[in-house]
Design a protein around this ligand. Structure first.
Ligand code: AMP
Length: 217
């Protein structure tokens, strides 16, 4: 089963993707994570996209489609793929459709996670992640444990993303509404869209996603 998690920054796509990886043996393909890894390892592409990402703009379709193509060619996913943060433009959506057809695969379901802007700003500016395992923390709702150790893996390396600040967030939200939100209509028209309330608790969102996936199995 191959699915897309669609939603603005801070909607909880990464958190839900991690749950699905654990519970359903799926493979998470996050273009944001791939781009951050390219930056950290200092590749030419990583250096090229750094300023664009820090500003909160989208990197080119060519780069992200290339990243996804590479992963699909190298990574065989027994339980299927979760596309997290990809596609973000209509051109990316078309390219993904063609890549899946070439592989003899289907897109089974697109989950739209709906969260209002005010909540997103609150979530993102309070967000930090474990540098070792990616567990997500929030200063208000899930603070870093008092002993300074990640509850998931025990590491003590907590990080805040360079683009999790009010200025970049404004640009990221604008990019979402201008370039990505048309995908809601695109997938609705194809009959693939299921919308869930991203403001519900993490477990309730997971339950809604699980029931949407069951209906597509
Ligand atoms: P994310 O981790 O998904 O919030 O992505 C972080 C940043 O990476 C975004 O603000 C963009 O600059 C870039 N990015 C990630 N995925 C894409 C994509 N599919 N298309 C264009 N830019 C992307």
């Amino acid at each position: 089963m191959n699915i897309i998690l669609l939603g603005p920054p801070g909607a909880g796509k990464g958190t839900q993707a991690r749950k699905l990886v654990e519970e359903r043996n799926m493979v998470q393909l996050s273009t944001g994570d791939m781009l951050r890894a390219a930056r950290t390892s200092g590749t030419e592409m990583g250096q090229k996209v750094a300023a664009v990402m820090d500003r909160g703009d989208l990197v080119t379709d060519e780069i992200v489609i290339g990243l996804i193509r590479e992963q699909l060619e190298s990574d065989k996913a027994g339980g299927g793929y979760i596309f997290d943060g990809f596609p973000r433009t209509l051109a990316q959506a078309d390219a993904l459709g063609r890549l899946l057809v070439d592989m003899g695969e289907n897109l089974d379901c697109v989950i739209e996670m709906q969260v209002d802007d005010e909540a997103l700003v609150g979530r993102i500016t309070a967000r930090s992640t474990c540098g070792a395992c990616g567990e997500v923390y929030n200063d208000n709702t899930k603070p870093i444990p008092a002993d300074g150790k990640c509850t998931n893996c025990g590491a003590s390396d907590f990080q805040r993303r360079a683009d999790d600040n009010a200025d970049s967030l404004r640009t990221r939200l604008m990019a979402y509404y201008k370039q990505t939100s048309p995908l809601v209509g695109y997938y609705y028209a194809k009959g693939d869209l299921v919308s869930v309330d991203g403001l519900a608790s993490m477990d309730d969102v997971a339950t809604s996603i699980a029931s949407a996936l069951r209906q597509n199995e």
